[in-house]
Structures are given as structure tokens and as C-alpha cells.
Design a protein around this ligand. Structure first.
Ligand code: MTE
Ligand code: MO
Length: 248
């Protein structure tokens, strides 16, 4: 839709610019320049959101992808899932969808995959390059059928951040449908370790580390973020004032 709008806009600008007579009258010139400015703004802001994150070569992969935040949820429920090799784990997709889903790991493995070598940047000042494999989030959302009121996706995690509060994060639909946004089950050709978010984590490659929710249990489509946690859209947003939009 963005591309269609953009090409319409480009077409409109081209036809305006091609007509010298019209362009010399002040009001049309004004319209032309404001259209140009709008286009510049639209291209910078929309294209920037759509741009791909840099992908790296296999020889650039970090020898160790350090773990940060929770390194093991250690709750009775998570331990039971881990002991069973995550055979009983399910990813729920619900909220503003027409077909709520409950997907097992084998079901996710059976869907088309994407692989990408990207750099993870944590706000605490470290980075690591890793090779992620997983299912494009778009595939799952197409299967669940987002309702037209859905604006954000909330990721509910298995780890407890204290006082019974699980980690949670959220993204908008531009990031949700971004081609590099995947639900990853493998890191560097191995099943995701517990430290890095087993059995499934989000990779949203245009965003900082804290948006990369580990230990996924549930994806909820919502219209507003105000009813989630304290309303800022994520655990660190609510508890430490981190920016909700952590684009890089
Ligand atoms: N569920 C959950 N997801 C999480 C965190 C967490 O503590 N719990 N920490 C975040 C932060 S701050 C970072 S930098 C990355 C760390 O991912 P890693 O442990 O694979 O390095 O996970 C993010 N996702
Ligand atoms: Mo982080």
C-alpha cells in the first residue's frame, strides 16, 4: 500500500513538474513545492521504516552470543515445558484476530523459514552478530487473520520479572510485517538455547535489544497499548522509561 501511494505521489509530482506553464503560477507552484516536501517527508519516514537491517557474512558471526536479561525463566511452568523438550509448549495467537491459533514447535518448523545474520544492539552497550532462523511473523499473522481494528502486537513471555509480572513487549504493524521480522527457533544453526530465549523468540531487526522478546508464549493483537501493563507497551518502557520505538 505504501508503494502504491508513493508511486501515485511520484506520478502526481511528475505530471505537475512537467507542466511549466502551470508551475509558474504562484498557487500551483506552492502546491508543487508542498507536494515535493510531502514526498520527501513520506519517503524518508516511510522508507526508513521499511528499509532492511544490514545482514552480515557467516565469518562475521560472533563466537559467543551473550545472554542478557533473563537467562532462564526458572518458573515451575517453564521448567516443566523444558523437561518435556517443549513438546507441550504452544504459541497462542489471539486478541484481534479472526482465527486464534495455538501452534506447536513442529507446526512452526513446518512453515517456510527465513535465515538472517544480523547484529543485535543492546542499550547497555554491547552488540553481537548471530544467524537466526525462524518463521516470518507475517506468515503467522496471515494465518490468524488480523481484524481491521488491530494496530499493535503484544508479545507475552514466560519469564517472571518479579511480583508475578512476565516480560512483555509490543511492536506496530509496520515492524510486524517487515520481511526481517521472524519468530526465531534457531541461533547459529542450533535450536535456541534457554539463555537466548528457547523455544521461540522475536527478532525485529530494526529495533534495539529489549524489543527482541524471548520465551514467547502468546502474541496478542490489540488496538491500543494503554491496557497492557502500565500502558507504555513493554516491560522496560513501563519500568525504566525506555522508548517504545527503539528503531536503529
Ligand atoms: N523474555 C525476555 N525477553 C528479553 C529480555 C528478558 O529479560 N526477557 N531481555 C531483553 C534484552 S534487554 C536484550 S539485550 C535481549 C538479550 O537477548 P539475548 O539474551 O539472546 O542476548 O533480549 C531481550 N528480550
Ligand atoms: Mo538489552
Amino acid at each position: 500500500m505504501i508503494l502504491t501511494r508513493r508511486s501515485l505521489l511520484l506520478g502526481a509530482i511528475a505530471s505537475l513538474a512537467g507542466c511549466d506553464r502551470l508551475a509558474s503560477t504562484p498557487s500551483v507552484r506552492e502546491a508543487l513545492f508542498s507536494a515535493e516536501n510531502f514526498h520527501k517527508w513520506a519517503q524518508r519516514s516511510l522508507m526508513a521504516r521499511d528499509a532492511l537491517a544490514r545482514e552480515f557474512r557467516p565469518d562475521q558471526i560472533s563466537p559467543i552470543f551473550r545472554a542478557n536479561g533473563t537467562a532462564n525463566p526458572n518458573t515451575p511452568a517453564y521448567k516443566a515445558l523444558w523437561r518435556g523438550g517443549f513438546a507441550d509448549w504452544r504459541l497462542r495467537i489471539d486478541g484481534l484476530v479472526t482465527r486464534p491459533l495455538s501452534l506447536s514447535l513442529p507446526q512452526l518448523h513446518a512453515l517456510p523459514h527465513r535465515e538472517q545474520i544480523t547484529r543485535h544492539d543492546c542499550v547497555e552497550g554491547w552488540s553481537a552478530i548471530g544467524k537466526w532462523r525462524g518463521v516470518p511473523l507475517k506468515t503467522i499473522l496471515d494465518g490468524a487473520g488480523l481484524r481491521d481494528t488491530a494496530r499493535y502486537l503484544v508479545f507475552h513471555c514466560a519469564d517472571n520479572m518479579g511480583a508475578g509480572l512476565p516480560y512483555y513487549e509490543s511492536i506496530d504493524l509496520i515492524d510486524a510485517f517487515h520481511p526481517q521480522t521472524i519468530l526465531a527457533f534457531a541461533l547459529n544453526d542450533r535450536p535456541l538455547s534457554v539463555a537466548n530465549g528457547a523455544p521461540l523468540r522475536l527478532r525485529v531487526e530494526r529495533q534495539l535489544g529489549y524489543k527482541q522478546a524471548k520465551y514467547l508464549m502468546r502474541i496478542e493483537a490489540v488496538q491500543h497499548l494503554s491496557a497492557i501493563g502500565a500502558g507504555k507497551g513493554g516491560y522496560w518502557e513501563d519500568h525504566a522509561g525506555y522508548d517504545w520505538y527503539a528503531g536503529i
